[in-house]
Design a protein around this ligand. Structure first.
Ligand SMILES: NC(=O)c1ccc[n+]([C@@H]2O[C@H](COP(=O)([O-])OP(=O)(O)OC[C@H]3O[C@@H](n4cnc5c(N)ncnc54)[C@H](OP(=O)(O)O)[C@@H]3O)[C@@H](O)[C@H]2O)c1
Length: 306
């Protein structure tokens, strides 16, 4: 498949490299898209089979940045996907857009408390509202798919990796969440593009995991000496560690199941990923490169959303 990728950040580049290794042709666009024509020109030039949107604004050093930069956030997370969708509709090319599971806060109204793809979300902060706005607009278009992910979990050291983020926080909120193991996500996104799957998909590994369980595995495989202060969710904002409360939730992936696409259960996938991460970390230390992936300044508590 020839895949044109917008967004040369963590996920865009990670997917491009992995898909190329699997024999697909990937082009990571260098173009900054500010109008439909920017995307249209790229599509006409490269003539891809599909377009993948990994561009967006997640905020640096963390998602709180979006609270004070609303227009930039809306431009990147709402307008940009619409420009790409318009260009794809005009050219008849399938678009897979990355959404976020952070559009849901707390428990769902369902008896099992989990959120479905068809549920109306309850986003609270600027970042999640801007992501949900794009979901609402794009989800009725033909030939467009949205893959919502949560808390990327990766064997590759990176400041965007949940394992790295948690390991660097002095204080972590004691919560349980859905998560997306990047290795599995890379495969699922490929299948969604191959099937030209339409509508919203929760690309999260089945089940949920507590940060405590993740860091127990971290101590087992990476650093037995690691420690932190565990705090209640409410403490995050009260103590000034974050501007706004983070989204914590569990999602189901019923629409992937309908398509026969599976992901490994979260705890099994986390253990496998942690073991691989430990190996990758050893290589980094051996090469004297161990500080490369420090997460922001570590002062943002348990800010695990974006
Ligand atoms: N990482 C997470 O925790 C997470 C979780 C759920 C969903 N997501 C979603 O996944 C997507 C990718 O996230 P990521 O972690 O890979 O973020 P990232 O590393 O910040 O990458 C995003 C990329 O998009 C680029 N971009 C922004 N506006 C653009 C525009 N108008 N035209 C072209 N490129 C533009 C950014 O360029 P500049 O840096 O130069 O602005 C950056 O290279 C986002 O939509 C995000 O909402 C991420």
């Amino acid at each position: 498949m020839k895949i044109l990728i917008f967004g040369k950040g963590y996920i865009g580049q990670r997917c491009a490299d992995a898909w190329q290794e699997k024999g697909h042709e990937t082009i990571v666009s260098p173009v900054r898209v500010t109008v439909v024509h920017d995307a249209l020109n790229e599509i006409k030039q490269h003539k891809p089979d599909v377009v993948f949107n990994a561009a967006g604004v997640t905020g640096k050093p963390n998602v709180d940045w979006c609270e004070d930069h609303q227009i930039e956030t809306i431009e990147g997370n709402t307008n940009l996907p619409i420009y790409l969708a318009a260009a794809c509709q005009q050219t008849g090319v399938y678009l897979l857009h990355i959404g976020s599971g952070c559009v849901f806060y707390d428990e769902s109204p369902h008896p099992d408390k989990k959120w479905r793809e068809s549920d109306h979300a309850n986003p609270r902060v600027v970042y999640s509202r801007s992501k949900y706005a794009a979901d609402l607009v794009l989800s009725t278009l033909p030939n467009v798919g949205i893959g919502r992910i949560r808390m990327p979990i990766d064997w590759m050291p990176s400041s965007r990796n949940l394992i790295v983020k948690l390991a660097n926080y002095p204080s972590i909120i004691d919560v349980e969440n859905s998560g997306t193991v990047i290795e599995d996500m890379i495969e699922v996104f490929l299948q969604l593009m191959e099937k030209r799957a339409e509508g919203i998909f929760h690309v999260t590994n089945p089940g949920s995991i507590k940060h405590r369980e993740t860091m127990e595995m971290y101590k087992e495989y990476v650093d037995p000496e690691w420690s932190c202060e565990w705090i209640d969710n409410e403490e995050l904002v009260k103590r000034g560690l974050a501007k706004k409360g983070r989204s914590n939730n569990e999602l189901t992936s019923d629409r992937l199941t309908e398509l026969g696409i599976t992901m490994r259960p979260i705890k099994e996938a986390m253990r496998d990923t942690m073991q691989k991460y430990a190996q990758a970390k050893k290589i980094q230390v051996r090469d004297g490169d161990e500080n490369r992936d420090q997460c922001c300044d570590g002062g943002c508590g348990g800010c695990t959303c974006s």
